[in-house]
Design a protein around this ligand. Structure first.
Ligand code: GTP
Ligand code: MG
Length: 196
C-alpha cells in the first residue's frame, strides 16, 4: 500500500468549486473523473489513492455536488466531478452543477484526459453519449473506465464490453483502450494508476 501511494505521490484534497471563477490556476496537468451519478467516481479516487474517505462516496446518486480538486505530487490535479443524469437533489441545484460540469469539461485548458466511467452492468447510455460528444467537440481525449465489474458475471461483462467498444468507435476523442475496474475488489486499479 505504501508503495502504491508513493507511485501516485501524495494526494490531498485542495478545494471544492461551485463556479468556473473558483477553479485553481491552470498551471499543471489535470485529469478528471466523469460519469453518471452513482457510477463510482469518488470510490475510484479512493481506491486509486488507497484512502478510504478522501473523496466522499455514498449510495445516494448526487453525492458529489462540487468540482473537487485533489493535488497529486505537487505536479498534477485529480478532479472528482459531480455525476450527470439522475441525482437525488433539488432540481435548481442539479441544473447549476450540470452547467458547471459542462463548462469545466469543455473549457479547461490544462485538462489532459477525462476518464469517463461506465457501469459494467449498464453500458453506454444516452447521457454518456452526450458527454462523449461534448468531449469530442472540445478536443478532450477521454478514456473509458468500466466500474463495478465485481457486480457482473463474466459473460455479461463481455457483452457490455462489446457494446461499449462499438460506441467508442464512433467518438474521435475516445482513447481505444478500456480499463475494467472494481474499487471494491481492487481490480484494474494498478493499471489505471499507471495510466495516470
Ligand atoms: P455521485 O457523486 O453521486 O455522482 O456518485 P459517484 O459516481 O461518485 O459514486 P460513488 O463513488 O459515491 O459510489 C456509489 C455507490 O457505488 C457507493 O455505494 C459505492 O460503495 C458503490 N461502488 C462504487 N464502486 C464500486 C465497486 O467497484 N463495486 C461495488 N460493488 N460497489 C461500488
Ligand atoms: Mg461522487
Amino acid at each position: 500500500e505504501r508503495g502504491r501511494k508513493l507511485f501516485l505521490g501524495e494526494v490531498d484534497f485542495l478545494k471544492g468549486v461551485v463556479a468556473m471563477s473558483g477553479l485553481p490556476p491552470a498551471d499543471r496537468i489535470e485529469v478528471c473523473f466523469a460519469g453518471r451519478s452513482n457510477v463510482g467516481k469518488s470510490s475510484l479516487i479512493n481506491a486509486l489513492t488507497g484512502r478510504k474517505a478522501l473523496a466522499r462516496a455514498s449510495n445516494t446518486p448526487g453525492r458529489t455536488q462540487e468540482v473537487n480538486f485533489f493535488t497529486m505530487a505537487d505536479s498534477h490535479y485529480l478532479v472528482d466531478l459531480p455525476g450527470y443524469g439522475y441525482a437525488n437533489a433539488p432540481l435548481p441545484i442539479v441544473a447549476k452543477w450540470q452547467a458547471l460540469l459542462k463548462s469545466y469539461l469543455s473549457g479547461r485548458a490544462n485538462l489532459r484526459r477525462a476518464f469517463v466511467l461506465i457501469d459494467a452492468r449498464h453500458g453506454v447510455k444516452a447521457v454518456d453519449e452526450e458527454i462523449m460528444a461534448l468531449l469530442d467537440s472540445s478536443a478532450v481525449t477521454f478514456q473509458t473506465v468500466l466500474t463495478k465489474a465485481d457486480k457482473v458475471k463474466e459473460a455479461e461483462r463481455e457483452k457490455i464490453l462489446t457494446q461499449v467498444r462499438s460506441r467508442l468507435a464512433t467518438h474521435p476523442a475516445a482513447f481505444p483502450e478500456l480499463i475494467v475496474t472494481s474499487s471494491e475488489k481492487g481490480w484494474g486499479i494498478p493499471t489505471l494508476r499507471a495510466t495516470i
